[in-house]
Design a protein around this ligand. Structure first.
Ligand code: FNR
Length: 387
């Protein structure tokens, strides 16, 4: 690769391998509204910054003269084997980034053996993505509707279409203060683009038609509003409601958006199978702590009782090693893959994910780590350089 350059192949699109240049390339490829939506965060982006700063505070201590010529990246989650510890984070409305959208991204994730987590706020339906993803591993992310009939209908469709694990996102029960989108007067859900899951849901359709006398297609604006009201209504669920999810889902349940060790303990108490330590990539509560900062404490509190996953701020293979060494069993990657999708469609996203996987594999070798179990706290030192 070094002789040819990663751009050496004439057939592959030019997607940068430099994590710090990806955002810039995506900006050039996207309309300002879509770019603002993916690259933006809540408030003054203090939490987005903290997500990256938290990674900078941990450094690897490489080990020598270990035979790490061949590395094994395999992991097991909830009794299933996966090729690597990387999952595609749920990201809504992918059609605003490229026409390949969720179907294309889930197809290349399948080729890479990377589990694809489909968002409730998707621009391809549960069924279309299952078909595109084929034999690949797929999970379903729930934005939890207020109406339990609609919730049960979504869970039923996800189950029938081979989604293995349910990821329930808890941190987005109301939309946050996102200045870029506010200034652009931009919300991708109100024009019918991010609502396929909802519009195609038979229970949602029936209820909407009863209430409005129209089909969602006849009143896209009204149906979008009704759907947004279901999932981002500003009315939160509570811990007791977890049992409603169990009614319609017999597979693993993972709560996404946990940041406090006490919430992690409650997750154990309420019998869920896993959590994602995440602050939604700094897109919800600005001023919140960098996600990696909370990981060790949460792992110490509950790591032996449920499966701890991590996201928010992963940009490189080395970041993956750090999160795993602090006790996460796997990580979710959000923006980088979406930048790749924006730059060059599904092939662009594939190259970005392949790049992170290759960097992970290579860096594990250089650090003297042979397999995922070798990622542990003995590999890390907390540092504070500079002022
Ligand atoms: C997201 N995220 C997200 N999460 C979720 O549970 N459902 C969703 O529909 C979305 N949508 C979404 C859109 C966009 C454009 C982004 C960037 C993110 C959050 C996502 O799953 C993940 O938590 C973060 O992206 C992780 O942070 P990084 O990797 O982007 O830093």
């Amino acid at each position: 690769i070094y002789q040819k350059g990663t751009f050496g192949s004439r057939t592959l699109p030019k997607v940068t391998t430099d994590p710090n240049k990806l955002e810039e390339q995506a900006r050039a490829a996207l309309p300002p509204t879509s770019y603002g939506y993916v690259a933006g965060g809540a408030g003054e982006r203090a939490t987005m910054d903290a997500n990256r700063l938290a990674f900078r505070q941990w450094k690897l201590i490489p080990r020598m003269l270990r035979d790490t010529t061949k590395r094994n990246l395999e992991i097991e989650l909830f009794g299933e084997k996966y090729d690597s510890p990387i999952l595609m984070a749920p990201v809504g409305v992918q059609v605003i980034f490229h026409e390949d959208k969720e179907t294309g991204l889930s197809e290349v994730c399948s080729e890479l053996g990377v589990p694809y987590i489909l968002s409730t706020a998707s621009s391809s339906s549960i069924e279309e993505v299952a078909e595109a993803n084929g034999a690949g591993p797929r999970w379903y992310q729930l934005y939890w509707p207020q109406d339990n009939d609609i919730t049960q209908s979504l869970l039923k469709r996800a189950k029938e279409n081979g989604y293995k694990t349910l990821v329930v996102t808890l941190d987005t029960w109301a939309l946050s203060w996102r200045p870029t989108d506010l200034d652009n007067a931009y919300i991708p859900f109100v024009k019918g683009v991010g609502d396929r899951t909802g519009f195609e849901d038979p229970v949602f359709r029936e209820k909407f038609e009863q209430q409005s006398g129209k089909t969602p297609e006849e009143d896209i604006q009204g149906a979008s509003k009704a759907w947004v009201g279901e999932v981002f209504s500003g009315a939160a669920h509570t811990w007791e409601d977890i049992k409603l999810l169990r009614e319609g889902w017999d597979g693993p349940i993972v709560l996404k958006g946990i940041q406090h060790p006490d919430d992690a303990r409650l997750a154990v108490e309420y019998g869920v199978d896993g959590i994602v330590v995440s602050n939604h990539g700094g897109r919800q509560l600005d001023g919140a702590v960098g996600s990696l900062e909370m990981l060790p404490e949460i792992v110490d509190a509950v790591g032996d009782k449920l499966t701890v996953l991590f996201d928010s701020g992963i940009r490189t293979g080395v970041d993956v090693i750090k999160a795993l060494s602090l006790g996460a069993k796997a990580v979710l990657v959000g923006r980088p893959a979406i930048y790749g999708l924006s730059i060059a469609g599904k092939q662009g996203a594939k190259q970005v994910l392949q790049g992170i996987l290759a960097d992970l594999d290579n860096s594990m070798g250089l650090a003297g780590i042979k397999n995922i179990q070798g990622c542990n706290r003995s590999m890390l030192r907390r540092v504070q350089y500079g002022g």
